[in-house]
Write a protein that binds this ligand. Structure first.
Ligand code: DGL
Length: 270
Protein backbone atom coordinates (compact mmCIF):
# COMPACT_ATOMS: atom_id res chain seq x y z
CA UNK A 1 0.00 0.00 0.00
CA UNK A 2 1.00 3.59 -0.51
CA UNK A 3 0.86 5.57 2.74
CA UNK A 4 1.35 9.32 3.13
CA UNK A 5 2.89 10.67 6.33
CA UNK A 6 2.55 14.36 7.09
CA UNK A 7 4.06 16.65 9.72
CA UNK A 8 4.98 20.31 10.03
CA UNK A 9 8.60 19.20 9.76
CA UNK A 10 10.90 16.35 10.68
CA UNK A 11 9.02 15.23 13.81
CA UNK A 12 6.83 12.93 11.73
CA UNK A 13 9.92 10.97 10.72
CA UNK A 14 9.77 9.41 14.19
CA UNK A 15 6.39 7.91 13.32
CA UNK A 16 7.53 6.90 9.83
CA UNK A 17 10.56 5.29 11.46
CA UNK A 18 8.28 3.18 13.62
CA UNK A 19 6.35 2.22 10.46
CA UNK A 20 9.62 1.01 8.89
CA UNK A 21 9.89 -1.43 11.79
CA UNK A 22 6.33 -2.63 11.96
CA UNK A 23 5.37 -2.34 8.26
CA UNK A 24 8.61 -2.62 6.29
CA UNK A 25 7.00 -3.72 3.02
CA UNK A 26 4.79 -0.69 2.38
CA UNK A 27 5.48 2.28 0.12
CA UNK A 28 5.77 5.67 1.82
CA UNK A 29 5.49 9.35 1.01
CA UNK A 30 6.72 11.73 3.67
CA UNK A 31 5.54 15.34 3.56
CA UNK A 32 7.30 17.86 5.82
CA UNK A 33 5.69 21.29 5.66
CA UNK A 34 9.08 22.96 5.96
CA UNK A 35 7.81 26.31 4.66
CA UNK A 36 5.53 26.66 7.68
CA UNK A 37 7.21 24.85 10.59
CA UNK A 38 6.75 25.41 13.53
CA UNK A 39 2.99 25.02 13.82
CA UNK A 40 2.81 24.84 17.59
CA UNK A 41 2.91 28.58 18.21
CA UNK A 42 0.64 29.61 15.30
CA UNK A 43 -3.07 30.34 15.09
CA UNK A 44 -5.53 27.52 14.66
CA UNK A 45 -7.01 28.75 11.34
CA UNK A 46 -3.58 29.08 9.83
CA UNK A 47 -2.61 25.53 10.84
CA UNK A 48 -5.89 24.21 9.44
CA UNK A 49 -5.04 25.82 6.08
CA UNK A 50 -1.55 24.23 6.05
CA UNK A 51 -2.96 20.83 7.02
CA UNK A 52 -5.58 20.99 4.25
CA UNK A 53 -3.01 21.86 1.64
CA UNK A 54 -0.60 19.14 2.79
CA UNK A 55 -3.17 16.37 3.04
CA UNK A 56 -4.62 17.38 -0.32
CA UNK A 57 -1.18 17.08 -1.87
CA UNK A 58 -0.77 13.53 -0.53
CA UNK A 59 -4.25 12.53 -1.66
CA UNK A 60 -3.42 13.80 -5.17
CA UNK A 61 -0.37 11.51 -5.18
CA UNK A 62 -2.78 8.57 -4.90
CA UNK A 63 -2.07 7.41 -1.35
CA UNK A 64 -4.29 4.74 0.24
CA UNK A 65 -4.15 6.43 3.65
CA UNK A 66 -2.75 9.51 5.36
CA UNK A 67 -1.06 9.56 8.74
CA UNK A 68 -1.08 12.97 10.37
CA UNK A 69 2.20 12.43 12.21
CA UNK A 70 1.75 15.67 14.12
CA UNK A 71 -0.13 16.17 17.37
CA UNK A 72 -0.60 19.87 16.69
CA UNK A 73 -2.17 19.46 13.22
CA UNK A 74 -4.30 16.61 14.55
CA UNK A 75 -5.66 18.73 17.36
CA UNK A 76 -6.94 21.47 15.05
CA UNK A 77 -7.63 19.71 11.77
CA UNK A 78 -8.32 15.98 11.91
CA UNK A 79 -12.08 16.09 12.51
CA UNK A 80 -12.55 18.54 9.63
CA UNK A 81 -10.27 16.64 7.24
CA UNK A 82 -12.06 13.38 7.95
CA UNK A 83 -15.28 15.01 6.78
CA UNK A 84 -13.60 16.24 3.60
CA UNK A 85 -11.89 13.00 2.53
CA UNK A 86 -13.11 9.44 2.40
CA UNK A 87 -9.71 7.72 2.67
CA UNK A 88 -8.47 6.59 6.10
CA UNK A 89 -6.81 9.42 8.03
CA UNK A 90 -4.88 8.13 11.03
CA UNK A 91 -3.77 10.74 13.52
CA UNK A 92 -1.71 11.32 16.66
CA UNK A 93 -2.65 12.29 20.16
CA UNK A 94 -0.47 12.48 23.26
CA UNK A 95 -0.31 9.02 24.87
CA UNK A 96 -2.30 10.08 27.94
CA UNK A 97 -4.54 7.02 27.97
CA UNK A 98 -1.72 4.43 28.03
CA UNK A 99 0.11 6.65 30.53
CA UNK A 100 -2.85 6.68 32.94
CA UNK A 101 -3.27 2.91 32.53
CA UNK A 102 0.40 2.34 33.18
CA UNK A 103 1.25 4.94 35.85
CA UNK A 104 -0.72 3.45 38.73
CA UNK A 105 -0.83 6.37 41.21
CA UNK A 106 2.23 8.22 39.94
CA UNK A 107 1.89 11.66 38.38
CA UNK A 108 2.13 12.17 34.64
CA UNK A 109 3.68 15.14 32.86
CA UNK A 110 2.65 15.81 29.25
CA UNK A 111 5.01 17.96 27.19
CA UNK A 112 3.76 19.24 23.83
CA UNK A 113 3.33 22.41 21.78
CA UNK A 114 1.21 25.27 23.18
CA UNK A 115 -1.48 24.64 20.53
CA UNK A 116 -1.80 20.93 21.38
CA UNK A 117 -2.00 21.74 25.10
CA UNK A 118 -4.72 24.38 24.78
CA UNK A 119 -6.94 22.68 22.19
CA UNK A 120 -10.19 20.99 23.16
CA UNK A 121 -9.07 17.62 21.76
CA UNK A 122 -6.51 17.08 24.53
CA UNK A 123 -8.77 18.61 27.19
CA UNK A 124 -11.53 16.17 26.23
CA UNK A 125 -9.13 13.25 26.31
CA UNK A 126 -7.91 14.21 29.78
CA UNK A 127 -11.49 14.67 31.01
CA UNK A 128 -12.28 11.18 29.75
CA UNK A 129 -9.32 9.24 31.10
CA UNK A 130 -7.69 11.20 33.94
CA UNK A 131 -10.08 10.08 36.65
CA UNK A 132 -7.49 10.39 39.43
CA UNK A 133 -6.30 13.84 38.24
CA UNK A 134 -2.74 12.68 37.71
CA UNK A 135 -1.94 14.67 34.58
CA UNK A 136 -0.07 18.00 34.31
CA UNK A 137 0.85 19.89 31.15
CA UNK A 138 4.01 21.74 30.15
CA UNK A 139 4.62 23.46 26.80
CA UNK A 140 8.05 23.02 25.16
CA UNK A 141 7.86 24.87 21.83
CA UNK A 142 11.60 25.48 21.44
CA UNK A 143 12.36 21.78 21.14
CA UNK A 144 10.77 21.92 17.69
CA UNK A 145 13.24 24.57 16.57
CA UNK A 146 16.17 22.64 18.05
CA UNK A 147 15.10 19.47 16.24
CA UNK A 148 14.66 21.28 12.95
CA UNK A 149 18.23 22.57 13.20
CA UNK A 150 19.59 19.17 14.32
CA UNK A 151 20.55 20.51 17.74
CA UNK A 152 20.12 17.40 19.86
CA UNK A 153 22.71 18.16 22.53
CA UNK A 154 24.76 21.04 23.90
CA UNK A 155 24.28 23.84 26.39
CA UNK A 156 21.48 25.67 24.63
CA UNK A 157 19.24 22.60 24.57
CA UNK A 158 20.14 21.53 28.12
CA UNK A 159 19.56 25.02 29.53
CA UNK A 160 16.21 25.18 27.82
CA UNK A 161 15.14 21.81 29.23
CA UNK A 162 16.39 22.75 32.68
CA UNK A 163 14.54 26.04 32.55
CA UNK A 164 11.27 24.42 31.42
CA UNK A 165 11.38 21.52 33.88
CA UNK A 166 12.09 24.01 36.69
CA UNK A 167 8.48 25.15 36.23
CA UNK A 168 7.26 21.90 37.82
CA UNK A 169 8.22 19.72 40.77
CA UNK A 170 10.02 17.00 38.84
CA UNK A 171 10.22 14.71 41.89
CA UNK A 172 6.45 14.10 41.63
CA UNK A 173 6.44 12.43 38.22
CA UNK A 174 6.71 8.80 37.25
CA UNK A 175 5.77 9.25 33.56
CA UNK A 176 6.70 11.76 30.89
CA UNK A 177 4.45 11.80 27.82
CA UNK A 178 6.11 13.09 24.64
CA UNK A 179 3.12 14.82 23.08
CA UNK A 180 4.92 16.16 20.03
CA UNK A 181 6.59 14.00 17.42
CA UNK A 182 9.63 16.28 17.36
CA UNK A 183 10.35 15.41 21.00
CA UNK A 184 11.46 11.83 20.26
CA UNK A 185 14.84 13.14 19.11
CA UNK A 186 15.68 14.14 22.70
CA UNK A 187 14.86 10.89 24.51
CA UNK A 188 18.41 10.57 25.82
CA UNK A 189 18.19 13.92 27.64
CA UNK A 190 14.94 13.96 29.65
CA UNK A 191 15.89 11.54 32.41
CA UNK A 192 18.63 13.71 33.93
CA UNK A 193 16.01 16.31 34.96
CA UNK A 194 13.95 13.83 36.98
CA UNK A 195 15.23 12.43 40.27
CA UNK A 196 13.01 9.33 40.02
CA UNK A 197 13.00 6.62 37.41
CA UNK A 198 10.81 8.26 34.81
CA UNK A 199 8.98 6.25 32.14
CA UNK A 200 8.91 7.90 28.68
CA UNK A 201 5.81 7.41 26.54
CA UNK A 202 5.02 8.45 23.00
CA UNK A 203 2.20 7.60 20.63
CA UNK A 204 4.24 6.24 17.74
CA UNK A 205 3.93 2.51 18.34
CA UNK A 206 0.18 2.72 18.90
CA UNK A 207 -0.35 4.96 15.87
CA UNK A 208 1.39 2.52 13.52
CA UNK A 209 -0.46 -0.42 15.06
CA UNK A 210 -3.71 1.44 14.49
CA UNK A 211 -2.69 2.26 10.90
CA UNK A 212 -2.06 -1.42 10.18
CA UNK A 213 -5.41 -2.33 11.68
CA UNK A 214 -7.25 0.32 9.61
CA UNK A 215 -5.64 -0.90 6.40
CA UNK A 216 -5.94 -4.59 7.22
CA UNK A 217 -2.21 -5.18 6.79
CA UNK A 218 -0.17 -7.49 8.93
CA UNK A 219 2.48 -6.03 11.20
CA UNK A 220 5.84 -7.55 11.78
CA UNK A 221 5.67 -8.99 15.29
CA UNK A 222 7.65 -7.30 18.05
CA UNK A 223 9.78 -10.44 18.41
CA UNK A 224 10.76 -10.38 14.74
CA UNK A 225 11.42 -6.67 14.46
CA UNK A 226 13.43 -5.72 11.42
CA UNK A 227 17.13 -5.27 11.93
CA UNK A 228 18.44 -2.82 9.38
CA UNK A 229 21.57 -4.47 8.05
CA UNK A 230 22.93 -1.16 6.88
CA UNK A 231 21.53 2.06 8.17
CA UNK A 232 21.29 3.48 4.66
CA UNK A 233 18.50 0.98 4.08
CA UNK A 234 16.36 3.24 6.20
CA UNK A 235 15.45 5.59 3.38
CA UNK A 236 14.11 2.86 1.15
CA UNK A 237 10.50 2.78 -0.02
CA UNK A 238 10.08 6.49 0.70
CA UNK A 239 9.70 9.63 -1.39
CA UNK A 240 10.24 12.81 0.61
CA UNK A 241 8.53 16.15 -0.01
CA UNK A 242 9.25 19.55 1.49
CA UNK A 243 5.99 21.54 1.32
CA UNK A 244 5.04 19.83 -1.96
CA UNK A 245 8.49 19.87 -3.60
CA UNK A 246 10.09 16.49 -4.12
CA UNK A 247 13.33 16.25 -2.16
CA UNK A 248 16.11 15.19 -4.50
CA UNK A 249 19.03 17.19 -3.20
CA UNK A 250 21.62 14.67 -1.88
CA UNK A 251 22.45 16.94 1.07
CA UNK A 252 18.82 16.99 2.14
CA UNK A 253 18.45 13.22 1.74
CA UNK A 254 21.60 12.78 3.79
CA UNK A 255 19.98 14.97 6.45
CA UNK A 256 16.96 12.62 6.57
CA UNK A 257 19.29 9.62 6.76
CA UNK A 258 21.07 11.15 9.76
CA UNK A 259 17.73 11.79 11.43
CA UNK A 260 16.66 8.17 10.94
CA UNK A 261 19.97 7.09 12.43
CA UNK A 262 19.29 9.19 15.48
CA UNK A 263 15.73 7.87 15.74
CA UNK A 264 17.02 4.32 15.59
CA UNK A 265 19.22 5.10 18.61
CA UNK A 266 16.38 6.84 20.45
CA UNK A 267 14.05 3.90 19.85
CA UNK A 268 15.76 1.78 22.50
CA UNK A 269 15.13 4.39 25.20
CA UNK A 270 11.77 3.93 26.93
N1 DGL B 1 5.56 17.70 15.34
C1 DGL B 1 4.43 18.45 15.71
C2 DGL B 1 3.62 17.79 16.81
O1 DGL B 1 3.63 16.58 16.94
C3 DGL B 1 4.45 19.94 15.81
C4 DGL B 1 5.69 20.73 15.84
C5 DGL B 1 5.47 22.18 15.45
O2 DGL B 1 5.44 22.41 14.24
O3 DGL B 1 5.33 23.03 16.33
O4 DGL B 1 2.97 18.44 17.55
Amino acid sequence: MKIGFYDSGIGGLSVLHEAYHQLPEEEYLFYADTDHVPYGTKEKEEILGFARESVNFLVEQGVDAVVIACNTATSVAVEILRQEYSLPIVSMEPAVKPAVEHADHGRILVIATPVTLREAKLKNLIDRVDERHQVDLLPMPELVRFAETEKFSGDEVLHYLEDRFKQVDTSKYSTLVLGCTHFNYFKDLYRQFFPGNIQLMDGNYGTVRHLAHRLGIERRKDSERIIFTTRSEMLRNTVYFASGRKVEDPGMLEHFRRLHNRLEDMREIQ
